[in-house]
Design a protein around this ligand. Structure first.
Ligand code: FAD
Length: 168
């Protein structure tokens, strides 16, 4: 299991059941782009052995490519009797691995409040309970994304993160 940060890009490898490997790559680049296996190999082909092993075994038909977007900071997750939960409220970059977790917390929080309070009051409480916290996570995740795919000062980044990891 690893996540490797290079200049302007990252590559992650995680285990999967059934003798399979899950992998992901992110590149700081303008929206769009083909994200083809050819591009992946050109971009990551000189990274370390584990990355090259994954690239060697890729089935092009199974590679998914998407641009990543995050939500603007909404002034409220509630309007009238409508409430936003999950990515509709606070889509974030995947760098903290928290988007789906927070979507579930939203759902449980909202359901619990609706069993305890009248609808309008429950929605107000939901907004107060969840908005500030999830918007903070959006910002933190964005910061991690920027650091992980930094294009400048990567030597300083690597030294600081390397030291922090050694003492963690
Ligand atoms: C690369 C990547 C890695 C991630 N890794 C993690 C991770 O490790 N851990 C984690 O917690 N989160 C992770 N996330 C985030 C996570 O995937 C999302 O936060 C989560 O899926 C949000 O759930 P959701 O139900 O709010 O939205 P979605 O999963 O987007 O579900 C919304 C659904 O609504 C459907 N829909 C849209 N419009 C309509 C319509 N008009 N009518 C009917 N249906 C409609 C869509 O098709 C979709 O199925 C990752 C995200 C990405 C992109």
């Amino acid at each position: 299991m690893s996540e490797t940060w290079g200049p302007g890009a990252l590559f992650g490898i995680t285990p999967r059941d059934g003798d399979l490997t899950n992998w992901f790559a992110a590149v700081r680049t303008p929206a769009g782009g083909a994200g083809t296996v050819h591009e992946l190999r050109a971009r990551f082909g000189d990274w370390h052995r584990s990355v090259r092993d994954v690239l060697d075994r890729l089935d092009p038909a199974e590679v998914l490519h998407h641009d990543l977007y995050e939500s603007p900071a909404l002034p409220s997750y509630v309007r009238g009797t409508t409430a936003l939960i999950g990515d509709a409220a606070h889509a974030m970059t995947p760098n903290l691995g928290r988007g789906a977790c927070e979507a579930m917390v939203d759902g449980v929080t909202l359901a619990t409040l609706l069993t305890e309070h009248p609808v309008i009051e429950a929605l107000g409480r939901y907004d107060r309970a969840r908005r500030r916290r999830t918007q903070r996570l959006v910002r933190t995740s964005r910061t991690v994304a920027r650091v992980a795919t930094a294009t400048r000062l990567t030597g300083v980044r690597n030294a600081v993160v390397g030291t922090a990891v050694r003492f963690a």
